[in-house]
Each structure stands twice: as structure tokens, then as C-alpha cells.
Ligand binder design. Structure first.
Ligand code: APR
Length: 309
């Protein structure tokens, strides 16, 4: 069986960590691309030299030539600036839009059938840019953020209750920004609703920490933003698509009427499988949850409008 080809654009913190997860899970041959000459080649060679230790039979190639990315099955886009302390993701908008537009044009020329998985921030707006520039169908263009935000919430719940992270599920809707909507009502520990295990004050504190999860990491790092957890989330999405697992995961998807939203990328529960975004699951939301989602949607939309794309 021919191995799948997965390209990662951007060999910085997130891109290199993505490549690491993809190789560790033996999901396919990996091409790591960066405009900085030598960066992707050095990291790819280093990763390849780790593969005998783990017994992973995939090729890992670093490049700064788009021709080497040709005929990828999945392209992960991480190129662009990361935020620094005090910056919002929105502050990256214009610069990352121009990087992403350029990258997308090149990527789609060489891999017209690929799934495009966007990681660059501000996430939802960048996913929209990639959709517009690529002209790909909406099932093949998606953004990673909800799995990360939900994983942060799950970690904090597990920490608070001193239980296994494995047993904790959580759901986060909306854009990947300060107005994201962590849904405590859909968060459980082995099926037990969170509200039965924790006081409302504790739940509120976890929701707040989840919203600021990215900023908390940035405040420690000072020179960049999170990469291990974002990359793990990418690895899970790639695996879900390539193995046609049809998992229900929070993914930034193009909405066309779902949740009363049209023409905008927002994080929603998605059935992810071999066709990419196979279905958007519409939850019955309480009025206050709907209002929070609408607020989050409006903040994404205002970014998209600033871009005039
Ligand atoms: N083409 C390819 N690579 C590019 C381009 C381009 N046009 N422009 C920049 N890059 C590369 C940089 O050379 C750098 O290696 O993107 C990489 C970004 O890496 P980091 O600065 O380490 O940033 P990282 O932490 O990986 O974050 C990347 O993901 O989570 C988001 O907010 C984060 O938008 C940021 C992105």
C-alpha cells in the first residue's frame, strides 16, 4: 500500500512539532517546508534520524521548494507569525493573511486534491482566507483549534478533580479567540455531567482559564506561543481523516446556515472522516449559549471584513 503524503508548511515551533506527531504515529511520508533555507532540512533530517529508535518507517524531507510538496494528501499550514505577550491573535491578522494567501496559491497549484488544514492565527479568519484563495470545496478546508481548546479544558478539569484525562470530555464552540464558548453542559467525566462533580464557581474558573489557555502559555514563553498541544491536535485530525474514523470533533468549518451563521468559519462539532468535514452537527443550544456563540462569530466576522477578501 502506498503511504500517504503529508506536507507541513512552516517548520517553526508548531510545524516541527506537527511533523514529530505525524511521524510518531506513522501516518505517512512527511514533507516539511519553510522559506528559511536549511531550517526545514535540518529539522527533517533530525526527525528522520530519530525514526530507527521508534521504528517508524516513513520518509521525512525538508525543503524550500513547493515542487517537493506535489500531490500531497493533506497540507497543514502553520506558516506565519506567532503572538508575543500582550498580543491578541487578531493582531496577527494582516501580516499572516498575506503569508497565508501566498502559501495557499503555491500549495494548491501542486496539490489540487489535498485536504488543507489551517493552524496559523487568527485561526478562523485564516481558514476563511485559505478557502477563498484555494477555491477548494468546504469539506477539504478546515481549521484546527477546537480540539486544542477542548484539550485545555479537559486538562484543567482532570487537574481539579484529580481524575484521568482520558475520562474527561469537553466541548468548545466558536472562534479560537477570547470569545470562544467552552460548553460546560457538554463536558463530562465518564458520562457524569461536570455540574454533578464541581461547584459553579470552579466551572467558571475553568472556563476562564480555557479562554486564556493560549495567552497563559505565551506569558511564560515570552518569545512565542504554544506548540505541543496544537500539534497533537493536528495529529489527531490527520489520523481521523486518513483512517476514516468519523470521529465527532470540534473543528473550524465553513458554516452555510448551520447555527444561523453563513459564510464564516467557526468552531463547531464536525464528523471528520475520509471526506474531511463530512457533517456539521447542530446542537440545541440554550439562549445564553447561542448568544455567546453569536458574539464569538461576530468577532471572527469583523476580522474577515477587515481583510476585504
Ligand atoms: N512560507 C513558508 N514558511 C513561512 C513563511 C512563508 N511565506 N513565512 C513564515 N514562514 C515560517 C517561518 O520561517 C517560521 O519558521 O513560519 C514559521 C513560523 O514558526 P514560528 O515563528 O516558530 O511560529 P509557530 O509557533 O510555529 O506558530 C505558527 O501557528 O499557532 C499558530 O499563532 C501561531 O500563527 C502562528 C502559527
Amino acid at each position: 500500500m502506498k503511504r500517504k503524503k503529508i506536507t507541513v508548511i512552516g517548520a517553526g515551533n508548531v510545524g516541527a512539532a506537527c511533523a514529530h506527531w505525524l511521524v510518531a504515529r506513522e501516518l505517512g511520508d512527511v514533507v516539511l517546508f519553510d522559506i528559511v533555507d536549511g531550517l526545514s532540512q535540518g529539522k527533517a533530517l533530525d526527525l528522520f534520524e530519530a525514526s530507527p529508535i521508534d521504528g517508524r518507517d516513513v520518509s521525512i524531507v525538508g525543503t524550500s521548494s513547493y515542487a517537493e510538496t506535489a500531490n500531497s494528501d493533506i497540507v497543514i499550514i502553520t506558516a506565519g507569525l506567532a503572538r508575543k505577550p500582550g498580543m491578541s491573535r487578531a493582531a496577527l491578522l494582516e501580516k499572516n493573511c498575506s503569508i497565508i494567501s501566498f502559501v495557499t496559491q503555491r500549495v494548491v497549484k501542486y496539490s489540487p486534491e489535498a485536504f488543507l488544514l489551517v493552524v496559523t492565527n487568527p485561526l478562523d479568519a485564516m481558514a476563511y482566507v485559505v478557502k477563498q484563495i484555494s477555491g477548494f470545496p468546504k469539506n477539504r478546508v478546515m481549521g484546527m483549534a477546537g480540539i486544542l481548546d477542548a484539550a485545555r479544558m479537559r486538562s484543567f478539569i482532570a487537574l481539579e478533580l484529580k481524575v484521568s484525562v482520558e475520562d474527561v470530555t469537553a466541548f468548545v464552540l466558536g472562534g479560537h479567540g477570547e470569545n470562544m464558548v467552552p460548553l460546560a453542559r457538554y463536558s463530562t467525566v465518564s458520562g457524569i455531567p461536570l455540574a454533578a462533580l464541581m461547584s459553579p464557581e470552579k466551572i467558571d474558573a475553568i472556563i476562564e482559564r480555557t479562554r486564556n489557555g493560549g495567552a497563559e502559555v505565551v506569558s511564560f514563553l515570552k518569545t512565542g506561543s504554544a506548540f505541543y498541544a496544537p500539534a497533537a491536535a493536528v495529529g489527531q485530525m490527520v489520523e481521523t481523516i486518513l483512517k476514516d474514523k468519523k470521529r465527532i470533533l470540534p473543528v473550524a468549518a465553513l458554516l452555510e446556515g448551520e447555527y444561523g451563521i453563513s459564510g464564516c468559519y467557526v468552531g463547531v462539532p464536525v464528523k471528520l472522516g475520509a471526506q474531511g468535514v463530512e457533517e456539521i452537527i447542530e446542537l440545541d443550544l440554550l439562549p445564553e449559549e447561542s448568544a455567546a456563540l453569536e458574539k464569538s462569530h461576530q468577532s471572527v466576522r469583523s476580522l474577515i471584513e477587515r481583510l476585504k477578501i
